[in-house]
Write a protein that binds this ligand. Structure first.
Ligand code: HEM
Length: 416
């Protein structure tokens, strides 16, 4: 990036989204920023930070000017050993659909959308209800419990893995590989940690290739088999390798995103017990509570793009190749779109306008599934634990990455 081009853009040397201050409370950092600089350069990550709703929306709406190629780039430059392990393990520089631009993107997106039918999602509803009930059955209703391992973490993994068709004995390693993926691409791992994560990612890719090969000869009633049926129609249009890449998208995207949505929703509802009491008294408010959580405290607070050509964004001239940190969480607090943005409001009419799932060509494939999971989880909790409260005095902690955010544990009390 040319220094003179950067000079037209405010620089915030103190902005570091992986600092302990930011991880503890990104909204406090947001509030401390001057409102007249909605786009600024952050040397700590070498990204331009975009904070306002209309600017982020404009980026999502214009794939000709903004490439998705930065979406999964390791934030930290990889050491050669880690890069080689990834390459040898079949990892591509643009590893899946979310970082591909047209026309390559459509090759993966179209069959995904075809196989991800509303009917298949609706079929998952009874499974989600069953899983929520089983998980809550295992909770001791007389003592405080940690919501994350009890419900928020196991539910999305169970749902997405059974949806895709992953055999249950493989769920545990798959969960672990996904954790390595989040740390490698969205965190700031040290060189030895990078190598460790890269080895696990190679194992993850290898597993998915084997799964596709096995399913090719033993189909089931699942998403992977539905993709294989599309492959049968024209193997050139959707290769087995591409199916494996689609599974790489879903097995990851369907997990922590939703775990954190549930964790953030319960946290925000219980922060003011009157909110919890409202959804207990009127469960019809639950879908609104989910949407308001996605606006107020989204589980994917940041997504990334890179400019394809020189552009002006938020009044700032940016060169081609400028990496953009689209701060979705900040866009949810934009008062020009959401009046009284710092208030969590169950009656807000336009919470669904939040950009939490992106927009246009990369709009989240799993948005409906994630919302249904969170709604059913909240319904189950509200029914069983109408007097649920947060355990007082707990210090919440958050995994050190830029894009997946929710409490790592959340202690709640079933009764007052
Ligand atoms: C609360 C939960 C979730 C959130 C906040 C979320 C958020 C996002 C975001 C921000 C994007 C990128 C949009 C863009 O680049 O314009 C995305 C894409 C995607 N999401 Fe989600 N997601 C969630 C759950 C899920 C689930 C459950 C699945 C799978 C079942 C899923 C699958 C995908 C896929 C495949 C893409 C890539 C779409 C494409 O590139 O065309 N997501 N999601």
């Amino acid at each position: 990036m040319a220094t003179e081009q950067r000079a037209t853009c405010p620089v915030r040397a103190d902005f570091d989204p992986l600092s302990s201050v930011f991880l503890a409370d990104p909204f406090a950092v947001l509030m401390s920023l001057p409102s007249e600089a909605p786009v600024f350069y952050a040397p700590s990550i070498d990204y331009y930070v975009v904070t306002r709703y209309p600017d982020i929306e404009a980026v999502f709406l214009d794939p000709d000017s903004y490439s998705a190629a930065a979406a999964q780039l390791p934030l930290e430059r990889l050491v050669p050993e880690a890069a080689e392990i990834l390459l040898a393990g079949g990892h591509k520089p643009q590893p899946s659909m979310v970082s591909l631009d047209p026309p390559a993107h459509a090759r993966l997106r179209s069959p995904t959308v075809r196989a991800f039918t509303p009917g298949r999602v609706a079929d998952m509803e009874s499974r989600i209800r069953r899983t929520v009930e089983q998980l809550l059955d295992a909770v001791d209703a007389t003592a405080p419990f940690d919501l994350v391992p009890s419900l928020a973490f196991p539910l999305p993994a169970t749902i997405i893995f059974s949806f895709v068709g992953v055999p249950e004995q493989d769920w545990q390693p798959l969960k672990e590989w996904c954790g390595h993926r989040a740390s490698l691409a969205w965190g700031r791992p040290k060189p030895d940690e990078q190598v460790h994560h890269a080895r696990n990612m190679a194992a993850y890719h290898g597993y998915l290739r084997k799964l596709v090969a096995t399913k090719a000869t033993a189909r089931g009633d699942d998403f992977a088999s539905a993709l294989l049926a599309i492959h049968d129609e024209n193997p050139e249009a959707l290769t087995l390798d591409e199916i494996s890449s689609i599974l790489y998208s879903l097995t990851f995207a369907g997990q922590e995103t939703t775990t954190h949505l549930i964790g953030n929703a319960v946290r925000r509802l219980l922060e003011d017990p009157a909110r919890w009491d409202s959804i207990v008294a009127d469960p019809q408010l639950i879908p609104r509570a989910v949407l308001e959580t996605l606006r107020f405290d989204p589980s994917v607070p940041v997504w990334r793009r890179v400019t394809k050509r020189p552009v002006t964004l938020g009044g700032v001239a940016l060169p081609a190749g400028a990496k953009l940190f689209l701060w979705l969480a900040a866009s949810g607090r934009d008062a020009s779109v959401f009046p009284g943005p710092d208030r969590f409001d169950l009656n807000r009419r336009n919470a669904s306008k939040a950009l939490a799932f992106g927009k246009r060509i990369h709009y989240c494939v799993g948005a409906a599934l994630a919302k249904v999971e969170a709604q059913i989880a909240l319904e189950g909790l509200a029914r069983r634990f109408p007097r649920l409260r947060l355990v007082a005095g707990q210090q919440l902690s958050f995994h050190a990455n830029i894009s997946f955010r929710g409490p790592q544990s959340l202690w709640v009390r079933p009764t007052e």
